[in-house]
Design a protein around this ligand. Structure first.
Ligand code: SF4
Length: 499
């Protein structure tokens, strides 16, 4: 599933994104699509805005199959109010899910504001002809599409409160038409979006952005190691030079952003360790992190260490399941693994901020290469691409933070991923809870063990490369039946319900 032979041009903060859980492809991506549509709609010609009277969102593929459990509808609606994922308050998504809430609107400066709510969402076919499984089509409709209701402006979201200006509408073709839609309403303007995992979105007709070139180009681990050897730079130094060239940001700004991500991940774990009660959804799953955290205190040292790992990973994963603010690493569903290892590095291993920051850069490198050469979305390659890659990222992070060589970092990531190969995505009831929460804990402990093995073996005697294990993951992902790719149509999702 290698997407291109071109060099990787992702920013650290394309991969490490803050946003609401529980699923990067089902909440953060769709919310980003909604916010993107809101920007485009506000810039439409006045006559189109004046004719608008309704809005429809059609969810297809896995977004339709498990969108209700993942909160995809409220996420798109939240985005359509103009709020980007990293500024989303949980209260916005609660209101977006409430059919009786009457205060959310798509703002059209040259027309009427369009009321938003669950009624704007249609759950379409799971199998479809569009090029990516997670497809959503957002349509601005004329006044013949019910319901019509005038209202006040959309509420101010976090970004606007903080004085941040929403980005301008992106370039790229969109569709503006007067086709009569089967379910009523003439389509004035529509965009077909793809949520490609990790909170990334693309849209039909999207042009390749003119990318700045990285000074140290690489498309896989082998090339990355070659660039390190040629330049004499360390792993995080090379990534920093690429990041400054790709984003135009100063090293100080990049460090500040990395520290912000570290802080959000730490807060997510601490919030989760202090929370109690039942997670949203029909499963009625009770939170466990606080109990595990409390019990860990009374255990013998070895058990205590493992139990703390579990508590930290549960905490972040439960926060994700509850729709709290998390950082994709590489996705929402797997967002407990890296924070659990990070807090363990800080509290139990005494690794300082500088070491943790360096480690986070190594984690991002491993995520970049996985995304570029195989995939990180459960809907694309199954859970091996989510928890498996998260575990590889965390193993690499620990090895690099402890000062080991790039070869050891690679070996740690490879070991962690190798033992997640073939892992299916089969969330029970479509909720990112069973098996996801427990799986984060298992992935975090596997990461620690993988780093332990890699840091204590002879690095050059290691037989399997990270590029090779990614090739295997891509091939397995290609062969994996669609029912094991985030559709809740097979595996545990079916057996648990039937048994
Ligand atoms: S099973 Fe894995 S890939 Fe699927 S939703 Fe859960 S964490 Fe994500």
């Amino acid at each position: 599933m290698r997407h291109s032979n071109d060099p990787i041009t992702l920013s650290l903060f394309d991969l490490l994104k803050a946003g609401p859980g529980p699923s990067s492809s089902h909440t953060i991506g769709p919310m980003a699509a909604g916010a993107d549509f809101a920007r485009r709609a506000a810039a439409l010609a006045p006559e189109i805005q004046a004719a608008a009277g309704g809005l429809r969102v059609r969810l297809l593929g896995s977004l339709s199959a498990t969108g209700k459990g993942h909160g995809t509808g409220p996420a798109v609606v939240g985005g359509l109010t103009g709020c980007p994922p990293d500024a989303c308050a949980p209260s916005l998504l609660r209101r977006a899910a409430d059919p009786h809430a009457a205060s959310l609107f798509l703002t059209l400066p040259k027309g009427r504001n369009i009321p938003l709510g669950p009624r704007n969402i249609e759950y379409g076919p799971i199998r479809h002809k569009h090029p990516f499984n997670n497809t959503l089509i957002i349509e601005l409709l004329d006044a013949s599409y019910p319901p019509q209701r005038d209202g006040p402006d959309s509420p101010v979201c976090g970004a606007e409160r903080e004085g941040r200006r929403p980005p301008p509408p992106p370039d790229g073709p969109v569709q503006s038409s007067v086709d009569a839609a089967a379910a009523g309403g003439n389509v004035l303007f529509s965009v077909e979006y793809y949520s490609t995992g990790g909170g990334f979105i693309r849209w039909k007709g999207m042009k390749r952005e003119k990318q700045r070139k990285p000074p140290h180009p690489y498309a896989d681990m082998k090339e990355f190691k070659a660039r390190c050897a040629e330049s004499g730079l360390g792993l995080d130094e090379l990534l920093m030079e690429n990041e400054t060239a790709l984003t135009g940001k100063s090293p100080a700004d990049i460090v500040a952003e990395l520290d912000n991500m570290l802080g959000i991940m730490r807060d997510t774990v601490l919030r989760g360790c202090a929370a109690a009660g039942t997670l949203p959804g029909s499963i009625g799953l009770r939170r466990k992190a606080a109990v595990l955290h409390e019990r860990a205190r009374s255990l013998a040292p070895f058990d205590r260490a493992l139990c703390l790992f579990n508590a930290y990973a549960y905490a972040a994963a439960e926060e994700n399941a509850a729709g709290g603010l998390i950082v994709t690493a590489p996705t929402c569903g797997a967002s407990g693994v890296v924070p659990a290892v990070l807090l363990f590095m800080e509290e139990q291993l005494g690794l300082d901020l500088k070491a943790r920051r360096r480690g986070l850069a190594a984690a991002a490198l491993i995520g970049f290469i996985a995304k570029h050469n195989a995939g990180i979305a459960g809907a694309e390659v199954g859970c091996q691409g989510e928890i498996g890659v998260a575990s590889a990222m965390a193993a690499a992070m620990l090895a690099h933070a402890r000062g080991f060589s790039v070869q050891v970092v690679e070996n740690a990531a490879e070991i962690a991923l190798e033992h997640h190969l073939g892992l299916t995505c089969d969330p029970v009831g479509g909720y990112v809870q069973i098996p996801c929460i427990e799986r984060n804990a298992v992935g975090a402990i596997t990461a620690y063990n993988a780093a332990l093995i890699a840091c204590n073996e002879n690095p050059v005697s290691h037989k399997v490369s990270y590029d090779e294990v990614l090739r295997a993951m891509a091939e397995i992902g290609r062969d994996m039946n669609a029912k094991y790719k985030e559709t809740a149509g097979g595996g545990l999702a079916v057996c648990l319900v039937e048994c």
